[in-house]
Design a binder for this molecule. Structure first.
Ligand code: FAD
Length: 436
């Protein structure tokens, strides 16, 4: 099947590429390996409406002002499709107090306006996005996994061969490794960038409410005491659940989300350590994959859960004592099933020592800003790793050295969240329009 534009993946990068090309009289196809559309847009769907989050404007070669304009366009599209109008992060007086308090403790709080759609509502929104595109003749091929991209833009999929004039590859984090293999073969230029490796913390919502009631998804940044490394909080889900990402090869990663209409008593967020490797080994993707495999190996094939009390004391958590009343361990109930989905164990044994030090330092610092975070009953899950480390060499419209092949989104190291990925789509569409 022949199309003017083929987009691999159906996440926000793909949708915004298509939104911005749908009126151009081009035949457009979106190929998605899952049986449902729109990639990571399905999960939680917090929109961070700031150039300081989810994107790197230097990497994207755009100014802050341009980024703000694009973010406004993206937000408007969500609102046009009936996203919740409630905007978080507008109480400037309270935010200022929190920023001062954070700075006094030796950390930084990044401020942003945010919107929360929720996993329950994002499904409706995705349907509405898809309807608009289909009305404008954009074709969705679900359950269609791209296996190989050939140099002449012949694309081999599980549903037969396609070919395209312009190819947009946006396979997200789950497809990042596959993209790298294709890039090697096609001699597309890329380099390794930093990777985020860490854990997910789960606490009673009342512990984190003082901050989440002011900023829905607070981004605290720490420079750690022992190693001067960067750690940050990320992806906070008030009243949400810790989630298992779909198995990626031979490991499972931890993540989290929240529904808009049904809340749990818990809040979870990621604590991520940014790791940059240089000489003699720079392959951050393989480094991250090996950590993920090691944690899963120690968990008998599953991610590990640990009580923060055990984590800080360097002791493993055990199924038998996981709810020990003497230690108040019955105060926080995990939202993942400790018999089937995760395994009580020892994260300090599974993650590299430097990362463990950094997580410990950051937790202690965060507890000064939001007291109660290191209550022994609180929970810590691993591995949480963000594979957006392979960065492709592109021009400002995200076209690679292989002419007419564009890459975008998390899988290409060009975004770290929904608004960033959507912004990539706008740039790619502009790049294609410039060639028409
Ligand atoms: C549980 C969870 C919660 C999250 N919550 C938030 C949040 O609240 N806010 C936020 O900003 N970000 C959040 N994120 C991150 C966000 O989802 C991503 O940053 C964003 O979706 C990246 O967009 P993308 O277009 O790069 O790729 P994705 O959205 O990942 O889409 C890529 C798509 O490509 C498909 N694909 C991969 N390989 C192939 C192939 N070979 N052939 C065909 N299709 C392929 C995948 O199945 C996928 O559907 C969350 C992620 C997860 C997992």
């Amino acid at each position: 099947m022949k199309y003017d534009v083929i987009i691999i993946g159906s996440g926000p990068t793909a949708l915004w590429t298509a939104f911005n090309l749908q009126k151009e009289n081009l035949s457009i196809a979106i190929l998605e390996k899952n049986t449902f559309s729109s990639g990571g847009l399905m999960n939680d769907c917090k929109l961070n409406l700031s150039p300081d989050i989810c994107m790197d404007i230097e990497e994207l070669k755009i100014t802050r002002k341009q980024a703000e304009e694009y973010i406004k366009q993206i937000d408007d599209k969500f609102l046009e499709h009936k996203a919740d109008k409630k905007l978080y992060g507008t109480n400037t007086k309270e935010i200022k107090k929190w920023k001062t308090r954070t700075e006094r403790c030796g950390a930084t709080l990044v401020e942003a306006k945010q919107r929360h759609i929720g996993t329950d509502n994002s499904i409706k929104l995705i349907k509405s996005f898809k309807n608009e595109l289909e009305k404008n003749n954009v074709k969705f091929f679900l359950n269609t996994e791209v296996k190989e991209i050939e140099k002449n833009f012949k694309i081999k999929t599980t549903k037969g061969d396609f070919s395209a004039k312009y190819l947009v590859v946006a396979p997200g984090r789950s497809g990042a490794y596959w993209l790298r293999e294709q890039a090697k073969k096609l001699k597309i230029k890329y380099k390794w960038g930093p990777i985020d490796v860490g854990v997910r913390i789960e606490v009673l919502s009342e512990t984190y409410d003082p901050i989440t009631e002011i900023i829905y998804d607070p981004k605290f940044k720490f420079i750690t005491k022992h190693h001067n490394d960067k750690v940050r909080t990320f992806c906070t889900n008030k009243g949400g659940k810790v989630r298992l990402e779909p198995k990626n090869g031979n490991f499972t990663l931890i993540n989290g989300d929240a529904l808009k209409n049904h809340k749990t008593p818990n809040t979870n967020f990621a604590l991520l350590n940014t790791i940059d490797l240089t000489e003699p080994y720079g392959d951050t993707t393989e480094f991250g994959r090996n950590i993920a495999k090691e944690v899963n190996r120690l968990g008998g094939g599953k991610p590990i859960i640990q009580r923060i009390g055990d984590f800080l004391n360097g002791k493993r958590s055990k199924l038998k004592t996981f709810f020990d009343k003497n230690k108040n361990y019955d105060m926080v109930t995990p939202t993942l099933d400790i018999k089937n989905q995760v395994v009580p164990g020892d994260i300090t044994m599974a993650l590299p020592g430097r990362i463990v030090d950094n997580i410990r330092d950051s937790l202690i610092l965060l507890d000064k800003i939001v007291p109660g975070i290191i209550h022994p009953a609180n929970l810590i899950y691993a591995p949480e790793i963000k594979f957006y480390d392979t960065k492709y060499k592109t021009d400002k419209f995200l076209e690679t050295n292989l002419v007419n092949l564009f890459v975008g989104g998390d899988g290409a190291g060009k975004s770290r969240g929904i608004t960033g990925a959507a912004l990539n789509g706008i740039l790619i569409a502009q790049g294609i329009k410039n060639k028409l």
